[in-house]
Design a protein around this ligand. Structure first.
Ligand code: IMP
Ligand code: MG
Length: 179
């Protein structure tokens, strides 16, 4: 088994700076709303939403849902499914979906239509990472951390078959070609 640590792709410091900046932008954009309802997409976004929610200076609440995931080796992947739903009713709320990464765009596309049908006052999304080269379904990303090439990244919540989620930085598995 390969025990080598993934190579640093985005350092802790680079992530911290970017998350702080996103926090300032979002706080500014929602300065006039009574409350911003953050929705974290489990499991990949759990660390990002923890940091992002603390970088906000406006009133906010947090809820989670879970979507089906796929393994990097399974091609083509199956349809996107909702596994665990929200605890809260989002009708009339200002909602910001917080994702770890947008790859094909299928997950976010499905999720945004589903949530839009529940009548939120507004609905936007924030994703830490995006791989535009992998897009199959065009999706609008309102707030983006970093655009990255078509590589499998791990850490800061993202996994490779459940490994590496707790890495403090975003890395590339050793063996993956350098970018
Ligand atoms: P999409 O529906 O193809 O956009 O898939 C998005 C989901 O796939 C993300 O929320 C992740 O859970 C997973 N994913 C896509 N790329 C990566 C990656 O490079 N590392 C870890 N998970 C990924
Ligand atoms: Mg995700």
């Amino acid at each position: 088994m390969n025990r080598e640590e993934p190579k640093v792709f985005l350092s802790e410091e680079a992530i911290r700076r970017r998350v702080a900046k996103l926090g300032r932008r979002i706080s500014n954009d929602y300065a006039k709303v009574e409350n911003l309802h953050l929705i974290g997409v489990l499991r990949g976004s759990f660390i990002f939403i923890a940091d992002l929610s603390r970088a906000l200076t406006i009133p906010r609440s947090v809820d989670f849902l879970a979507m089906s995931t796929y393994e990097s080796t399974v091609v083509p992947k199956g349809p996107v499914r909702l596994i665990t739903d929200l605890r809260t009713d989002i009708a009339g709320k200002h909602v910001l979906v917080v994702e770890d990464i947008v790859d094909t765009g299928d997950t976010l596309d499905y999720l945004m239509s589903l949530l839009a049908s529940r009548g939120p006052a507004s609905l936007k999304c924030c994703t830490l990472l995006s791989k535009p080269a992998c897009r199959k379904t065009e999706v609008r990303i309102d707030y983006l951390g970093f655009e990255i090439p078509d590589v499998w990244v791990v850490g800061y919540g993202l996994d490779d078959k459940e490994r590496y989620r707790a890495l403090p930085y975003i890395g590339i598995r050793s063996g993956e070609p350098a970018v």
